[in-house]
Design a protein around this ligand. Structure first.
Ligand code: NAD
Length: 492
């Protein structure tokens, strides 16, 4: 058997194999086979990449914004030309289905499209005669070398939340992708170089904690973007701000989907449509990408007598789902990322059963043996005292809570320490309005199962789901990667 190849790093414009002794195997979760090895770089490799980026910064920052935008536009064209190939890489190394992988790449391209308009997005303000004979203007200036650290679950989209905007703003960038999914990041890097990016503007260093900490400490890094679990987000935020950097660090989540009685069953026409949307919405939110989304609905809330029919309808729809190799187009749900994740999820389900939760649908059974699979699982009877109420399981395991009213549902969900998303399914406008106004989280869905904002809006997690001030994407993304200069002019 041949040893799987080592994933190279990108420093300057060169793809290099670093001299390291530690590697993480990159699996194909759909089969369990090892397809590559991620090198664990160290402080010296990080320094090399940062110094190259630092050397490239003055010229790139001085490149006119429309010219930077043109490179992004060529990049966008290359991403479109290689769309299916990129989706295949995502599917192979992450284990999500091909359709989900296409969505992952598409959401990333939308950020590149946003960044193409950087000239317009980064314009400042101007006020003539702000005082007698004095004109004032402000401009948004690039920062320097920025770093991005990303998780395994969106190998294309999450890195593209960061580097296209940072680079379009005139910064240079060092990306540290998840060691579990380095292949998509490298292909994104190859295409960006092909689009005409000057050497050193974009670099990729692979590894784990050592690389992350070296980036957070490096004196030439000025800003750190992080997406991953909350514990690591907090660590990255604290370490990089202690070292004088600005930081945006997005963490984990526990997202609620509230299905109001009118969305469970009704023969009123509008409500029946919402009922269909609710069933599809819950299934795709909880089990899409095998539940490995920071916007996945992982706690389902039902009201009063409507809980039993909601549960029954859901369980029969879950029974009908096909779980298997995500490259197979007939499959509804792919794999989880690795054997560790599968075992952790199975253990959590066993622990839930010992804590008196009802396993209304057990995903530990009836899944393929090869690869890393957990089937759709429903745990009924969750209360705020159960672990499942607050801990992020990050897999296809949905908890169900039974409440008596909209107000009780809102008050209960506001006890969750995370603050990414909450969704309500209803045909009642006043219920939707109350929910939207009163829930304590940064993204809200009304009859939308996964209310993840696209590139034009920022990704606005709150509480333990986000550490920092300015989020990725949208206007805040541009603000994060630039700083303001204010000039007062007197020529009299
Ligand atoms: P993770 O926190 O384990 O890893 C994220 C990154 O941090 C990786 O690059 C990893 O190498 C690095 N890392 C891991 N442990 C570290 C440590 N101790 N010190 C320094 N660096 C470390 O997350 P994951 O398992 O790859 O991804 C899943 C998590 O990401 C979930 O919690 C999910 O909710 C979250 N996520 C959040 C968002 C969001 O926008 N809020 C989006 C996607 C994923």
């Amino acid at each position: 058997m041949t040893t799987p190849s080592v994933v190279p790093v990108l420093v300057g414009e060169q793809w290099l194999e670093p001299e390291v002794t530690q590697f993480t195997p990159v699996h194909r979760p759909g089969t369990g086979e090892v397809i590559a090895r991620t090198p664990h770089c160290g402080v010296v490799d990080v320094d090399m990449a940062v110094q190259d980026a630092h050397a490239a910064f003055p010229d790139w920052a001085n490149t006119p914004a429309p010219d930077r935008g043109r490179v992004l536009f060529r990049y966008r064209e290359l991403l479109e030309a290689h769309f299916e190939e990129l989706a295949q890489i995502v599917c192979r190394e992450n284990g999500k289905t091909m359709d989900e992988a296409r969505g992952d790449v598409r959401r990333g391209i939308e950020v590149v499209e946003l960044a193409c308009g950087i000239g317009h997005l980064s314009k400042g303000e101007h006020l003539p005669q702000i005082a007698n004979g004095i004109d004032g203007f402000s401009s948004r200036e690039p920062l320097g070398v920025c770093a991005g650290i990303t998780p395994f679950n969106f190998p294309a989209m999450v890195p593209m939340w960061m580097f296209p905007v940072a680079i379009a703003c005139g910064n240079c960038f060092v990306l540290k992708p998840s060691e579990k999914v380095p292949l998509t990041a490298n292909r994104l890097g190859e295409l960006f170089v092909e689009a005409g990016l000057p050497p050193g503007v974009f670099n990729i260093v692979h590894g784990g904690r050592e690389v992350v900490d070296a980036l957070c400490r490096h004196p030439r890094i000025v800003a750190v973007s992080f997406v991953g679990s909350s514990a690591v987000a907090k660590h990255v935020y604290e370490l990089s701000t202690q070292h004088g950097k600005r930081c945006q660090a997005a963490g984990g989540a526990k997202n609620v989907i509230l299905v109001m009685p009118d969305a469970v069953e009704s023969d009123v026409m509008g409500a029946a449509i919402v009922a269909d949307m609710a069933m599809t919405g819950v299934l795709s939110s909880a089990f899409g990408c095998a539940g490995q989304r920071c916007m996945a609905g992982s706690l389902l809330m039902g009201i009063g007598d409507h809980c039993d029919p909601l549960r029954d309808q859901l369980v029969s729809a879950m029974e009908a789902m096909t779980v298997g190799d995500p490259l197979d187009s007939d499959v509804d749900m792919g794999a989880v990322i690795d054997g560790g994740s599968r075992d952790r999820l199975n253990k959590a389900v066993a622990a839930a059963a010992s804590a008196d939760l009802v396993i209304a649908r057990d995903g530990r059974e009836g899944v393929p043996n090869d690869g890393f699979f957990v089937g759709p699982t429903l745990l009924d009877g969750v209360t705020p005292d159960h672990d499942v109420f607050t801990s992020e399981l990050f897999g296809p395991v949905l908890g169900m809570m039974r409440l008596e009213s909209l107000q009780e549902a809102i008050d209960t969900l506001n006890r969750i320490p995370y603050g990414n998303a909450a969704t309500i399914f209803t045909s009642d406008g006043s219920a939707a309005r109350q929910f939207t106004r009163e829930v304590s989280c940064g993204m809200v869905g009304v009859n939308v199962g996964v209310p993840a904002p696209m590139a034009l809006f920022s990704f606005t997690g709150w509480d333990d789901s986000f550490y920092g001030d300015l989020h990725v994407q949208g206007h805040e993304g541009v603000l994060f990667y630039t700083r303001q200069k204010t000039v007062l002019n007197r020529w009299l």
